[in-house]
Design a protein around this ligand. Structure first.
Ligand code: SF4
Ligand code: SF4
Length: 104
């Protein structure tokens, strides 16, 4: 489930540098997220970094594009072949939003 930016975006630019995958760019009208680069921050952060900094809460899950933690992790590995990304079994509440409930 890639994260998407809604029309509420005020083009503040705060989210762009926070994305570990450089998935966010300034679009013609609002900032946009490339779904092929978004991993919902799996492998890097325990929550979506863009959503965490957005002042108007317009970075939201795309419910029309639901993806598994495993798929998102594989994407992160492909994007960063040079980096040490945790294995699926090593993901924790600080490196995957999917682990929050389990940690509860
Ligand atoms: S959820 Fe994470 S990976 Fe996806 S666009 Fe936002 S900051 Fe980037
Ligand atoms: S932080 Fe939110 S309002 Fe600012 S550019 Fe990103 S999506 Fe738009």
């Amino acid at each position: 489930m890639a994260t998407i930016i809604t029309a509420e975006c005020i083009n503040c630019g705060a989210c762009e540098p926070e994305c570990p995958n450089n998935a966010i760019t300034e679009g013609e009208e609002i900032y946009v997220i490339d779904p092929n680069l978004c991993t919902e921050c799996v492998g890097f952060h325990g929550q979506e970094a863009c959503a965490a900094v957005c002042p108007v809460d317009c970075c939201i899950p795309d419910t029309n594009n639901v993806e598994t933690e495993e798929l998102l992790l594989e994407r992160a590995k492909k994007i960063h072949p040079d980096k040490q990304i945790p294995a699926l079994t090593e993901l924790s509440p600080s490196t995957s939003r999917f682990r929050k409930a389990a940690a509860g």
